[in-house]
Design a protein around this ligand. Structure first.
Ligand code: SF4
Length: 321
């Protein structure tokens, strides 16, 4: 179902003479790793990290070093930051092996029926290889596919430049992949409608409804947070998310506006962690922007991301004038 490039991985392990290898993968892919790990185990000891892995930002090099790993195999993502790894790391994006022919035709005919002409084609890392096939199906239906040259249409939960750069040239976007995480990230950053061609369900769906709900929830969180007095500003210690500077800048602005600020640090920002700090009324996460927008948090204590925090600070300042 996914291509883990086992021969490439085995080649890297043997050519480096690695004796101990640390494997990181998102929870959704771990269930498919048995065969991959058995093959690598012919050459080395393989450790599978049981921690979640949300992106290329989420490197566990320190943990890998603790067990004396010679190399890390990071599955399901591409490199996120140049030079961030402390241990030799290879990235295996794990493309989803699926026949998308019928789905591509369905998407093209549905978008045509809805009156769109120019369509921006996007995908997550598991489906980026299918951008060309969807573009051809759109063309065959008489539509004009548009693909960002810089990214080839690739979007991450926090990197939607591949959509923003072509927004002015298209009537709508077509995202190839499953779930709501990536298309919602795009929909929050652009003004055009985003449709999802989902190869797991073999269906085309819109995002307008979920987008409306998300935006109203986010505005509610911003406005509620603005009313509170005691803030926790969180520095996330995952290598690709760490930003002490941003946290301290936000803290300084809030203190200048008369708010009480506690600086917090950690890499798990789940509701159970935040529940241990009941004296804080609102949280600001300076790591992954999607922690605030997508995770289930205590509904009585708003959690904002950095961009939302700056909007809130503006609102507080305006209210004081
Ligand atoms: S910062 Fe968040 S959205 Fe961006 S790659 Fe990491 S986990 Fe994904």
């Amino acid at each position: 179902m996914y291509d883990f490039e086992v021969e490439r991985a085995a080649g890297e392990v043997t050519s480096r003479g690695a004796k101990r290898v640390f494997v990181q993968a998102p929870d959704g892919l771990k269930q498919f790793l048995a065969e991959f790990v058995s093959r690598l185990s012919q050459f080395c000891e393989v450790y599978i990290s049981i921690n979640p892995c949300y992106g290329g930002c989420d490197l566990e090099d320190d943990r890998a070093a603790m067990i004396g790993a010679d190399m890390v195999i990071h599955i399901g993502h591409k490199k996120f930051i140049e030079g961030a790894e402390k241990i030799h790391t290879i990235y295996l994006p794990a493309p989803h092996l699926v026949d998308v022919k019928d789905l591509a035709s369905l998407a093209a005919s549905e978008l045509k029926k809805r009156g769109f002409r120019r369509v921006g084609v996007l995908a997550n890392v598991q489906h980026i290889e299918y951008v060309g096939e969807f573009a051809s199906a759109l063309e065959a239906a008489g539509l004009v596919p548009v693909v960002d040259r810089q990214t080839g249409g690739l979007v991450l939960g926090c990197r939607t430049g591949g959509a923003k750069r072509i927004e002015g040239e298209v009537d709508a976007f077509l995202f190839i992949g499953g779930g709501e995480f990536h298309p919602l990230g795009v929909a929050m950053d652009v003004e055009k409608e985003v449709f999802v061609a989902d190869p797991y369900r073999n269906e085309l769906r819109g995002t307008a409804e979920i987008m409306k709900k998300t935006l109203s929830r986010r505005w509610w969180a911003i406005m509620e947070a603005a009313k509170t007095k005691r803030f926790g500003v969180i520095v996330v210690t995952k290598p690709g998310q760490l930003s002490v500077r941003s946290a301290e800048k936000i803290a300084a602005e809030l203190r200048a506006a008369g708010k009480e600020v506690h600086l917090l640090v950690g890499d798990d920002v789940g509701p159970e962690r935040l529940a241990s700090l009941p004296f804080i009324e609102s949280f600001i996460v300076t790591g992954c922007p999607r922690i605030a927008t997508d995770s289930q948090q205590d509904p009585n204590r708003p959690v904002l991301n950095e961009a939302e925090a700056w909007k809130m600070i503006e609102i507080i300042k305006q209210a004081k004038k």
